[in-house]
Design a binder for this molecule. Structure first.
Ligand code: HEM
Length: 183
């Protein structure tokens, strides 16, 4: 996983639990990356990210999925700050999400050629609906749902998400069915 995701995790932990919590997390988690020093363009083992999230949720006594989901929401707000070009004027949550696979992640791949991105396939059954079929060996549909909800927050839209198919239940992808409700 790219270093930028780790630097967002660091910011997320410091914002919610303080700098000491981040230091303790680094000291008490067995990481492959020496000293837990992550830089944005670097590539680091996924295991390190999962180990930090697992240790953090244990410390906070929160289910790991709740932490990953909240992190996804936080990352959406960071993308909005750091990658302003992808958020074009006049976009809605739906048009932004519809552009992730064919525009945003394509540009991300140009920025970071060694990145390992998920794939999305889309269905557009109605003006207030979008289906995102999520494919990734990382099976991070919870992160995807947090990101989607975070995008909704950016556009002041509520997005209801149902997941009738999930890789964690043996499907070959996660089917995320979204309904957009103006707040
Ligand atoms: C400006 C917007 C976005 C940028 C710059 C961006 C960039 C990235 C980057 C750098 C990674 C890390 C991949 C790696 O380190 O190997 C990533 C992963 C990911 N992105 Fe995006 N992304 C954006 C929007 C979104 C949105 C809106 C979604 C909504 C579903 C999304 C879904 C994901 C997921 C689920 C992953 C985790 C990796 C995986 O599942 O394999 N991204 N993205």
């Amino acid at each position: 996983m790219k270093g930028i995701i780790f630097t967002y995790l660091e910011e997320f932990v410091i914002k919610n639990a303080g700098i000491e919590a981040w230091d303790t997390l680094l000291e008490t988690t067995h990481l492959k990356t020496e000293d837990g020093v992550f830089v944005s363009p670097g590539n680091y083992p996924d295991e390190d990210l999962f180990a930090l999230v697992a240790a953090g949720s244990k410390n906070l006594n929160l289910p790991m999925n709740d932490v990953i989901y909240a992190f996804g929401e936080f990352v959406a707000s960071k993308y909005h700050q750091d990658y302003t070009d992808f958020f074009k004027p006049g976009m809605s949550a739906k048009t932004l999400l519809n552009s992730v696979d064919k525009i945003i992640h394509v540009e991300v791949k140009k920025l970071y050629p060694d990145v390992h991105l998920p794939q999305f396939q889309y269905e557009d059954p109605a003006p207030d609906k979008l289906v995102m079929k999520y494919f990734s060996t990382r099976k991070l549909c919870v992160l995807a749902k947090g990101l989607i909800n975070g995008v909704g927050n950016l556009y002041n839209e509520k997005i209801e998400i149902s997941e009738p198919l999930c890789m964690h239940n043996g499907a070959d992808h996660c089917r995320l069915e979204l309904t957009f409700v103006k707040k």
